[in-house]
Design a binder for this molecule. Structure first.
Ligand code: FAD
Length: 399
């Protein structure tokens, strides 16, 4: 087993870290950097995105033939962790959800014509995108087979009617991937924001800071989608979103590790200088135990993510590994941000530093892309199938 990184990935990691430290983290402490939904302002984002492009760090997860850096899941794990040491990081590099997962699936299963039309503008940063899947009860949520939004075929076109909600980025997205029920199961479609027959009912207020374009409730009233904008085969929509969500869940974990690391860095800075009852906080064993536990949880998170990334890069779906990482890293982010606030005292609870931003953001990690309980159900399914062989090492590349 080899736990080392190829030199070119380490070089990119250091470049990414320097860029984040030098150009992105300083923006966090300026109130003028934020839009009214607590994310980086669009004009500032556009400027930083140009700088990222000039630094040669843009869209690292996309193939070199489509102007990315050609990194697979292993390289992505390394870079995304560095990017999200800043709350603004991933979107500056074009590595934020949902564009990240949408680019992945379009690149994986789109036809070349579809890639040119729907994927390349996202890669270039010219447009943003959304994935519209979840519905209010009694529609599809944790169980996508309950999806009620319907696509009916007629004369080379699909007519869409239904309701979706919590669709991240919808208020600024131009390209949408939509999952709807067809005669033969679920099917994925592509549509452009300027097509008639759909509208945003509302931007749902949430407890945490928002991604650009918010989390929207969307109504479809006769949206017409030509068959050429169907993504993948009819009835294979569930498989397609499972492919998308497999890596997308893991990229969430990669980013959340970066946020967790940043929380601990901030906590360490404070306890290293703050004194009370005659000694520094960092000299107290109870504080050391908290920091040590958090550091260990972050490293366990990294191991889980890298194992899943390695397996995916070597051709496995790695579903149980992704589920394990998703549960563990979500918990780690919640616990570490809480610990960091505690160790910073009142300052941790203030808006003078970013811990409270991360703490509010962190709660969604246990819900998005599958609630933790659903991932526990998946792990259990594998355990039931494989029994004691659930815990095995691959031999060579036989995973
Ligand atoms: C910030 C945010 C962004 C999102 N972005 C998007 C997006 O861009 N596109 C999109 O399509 N969706 C998006 N979602 C929706 C998200 O994927 C769903 O919320 C999630 O899949 C759960 O579905 P649900 O909310 O309908 O919960 P439900 O299915 O109603 O489940 C409710 C709760 O029941 C429990 N539960 C469910 N199933 C099981 C089970 N099998 N065993 C035990 N307990 C269970 C869990 O505790 C779960 O949280 C987003 C959600 C949030 C919060």
């Amino acid at each position: 087993m080899d736990f080392t990184l190829p030199v070119y990935i380490e070089t990119l990691r250091l470049k990414t870290r320097d860029f984040v430290d030098q150009y992105i983290i300083p923006l966090e402490s300026d109130i003028l950097s934020y839009d009214k939904h607590e994310n980086i302002k669009e004009d500032l984002l556009n400027q930083i995105r140009l700088d990222v492009k000039a630094a040669g760090l843009w869209s690292p997860q996309m193939p070199t033939s489509r102007s990315g850096l050609g990194l697979g899941p292993i390289g992505m794990s390394v870079l995304y962790e560095e990017m999200n040491r800043s709350i603004f990081g991933p979107v500056c590099f074009n590595c934020a959800a949902p564009d990240d997962g949408n680019m992945y699936i379009l690149n994986k299963i789109g036809t070349e014509e579809q890639k040119v039309k729907w994927l390349d503008p996202i890669i270039n940063g010219d447009v943003r995108s959304s994935l519209a899947m979840t519905e209010p009860a009694p529609g599809g949520g944790s169980d996508p087979s309950m999806i009620k939004t319907e696509a009916v075929y007629s004369n080379g076109k699909w007519i869409i009617n239904g309701l979706k909600w919590y669709i991240t980025g919808a208020a600024v997205a131009s390209h949408f991937i939509l999952l709807a029920k067809t005669k033969d199961g679920l099917t994925a479609f592509l549509y452009h924001k300027d097509q008639p027959g759909w509208n945003i009912k509302r931007r749902i207020p949430i407890m945490g800071p928002e991604e650009h374009g918010g989390h929207c409730e969307i109504e479809y009233n006769g949206l017409v989608i030509p068959d050429e904008n169907r993504l993948g085969e009819v009835g294979k929509g569930l498989k397609i979103v499972q492919i998308r969500l497999g890596l997308a869940r893991l990229t969430h974990c990669m980013r959340w590790i970066g946020l967790s690391k940043r929380c601990l860095e901030i906590a360490l800075d404070y306890v290293s200088t703050r004194e009370g009852f005659g000694i520094k906080l960092s000299d107290r064993e109870s504080v050391q135990i908290k920091l040590g536990k958090s550091a260990m949880d972050i490293d366990i998170s990294r191991l889980l993510v890298m194992r899943a990334a390695w397996k995916i890069e070597h051709g496995s779906k790695s579903r149980q590994d992704v589920s394990m990482a998703k549960i563990y890293v979500a918990d780690t982010l919640n616990n570490v941000s809480d610990t960091a606030i505690q160790l910073n005292g009142a300052k941790g609870y203030s808006k003078d530093i970013i811990l409270e931003w991360i703490y509010r953001y962190a709660r969604q990690a246990k819900l998005v892309d599958g609630a933790s309980e659903v991932h526990q159900m998946i792990i259990n399914r594998f355990f039931n199938n494989y029994k004691t062989d659930f815990w095995h090492w691959g031999i060579g590349h036989d995973i």
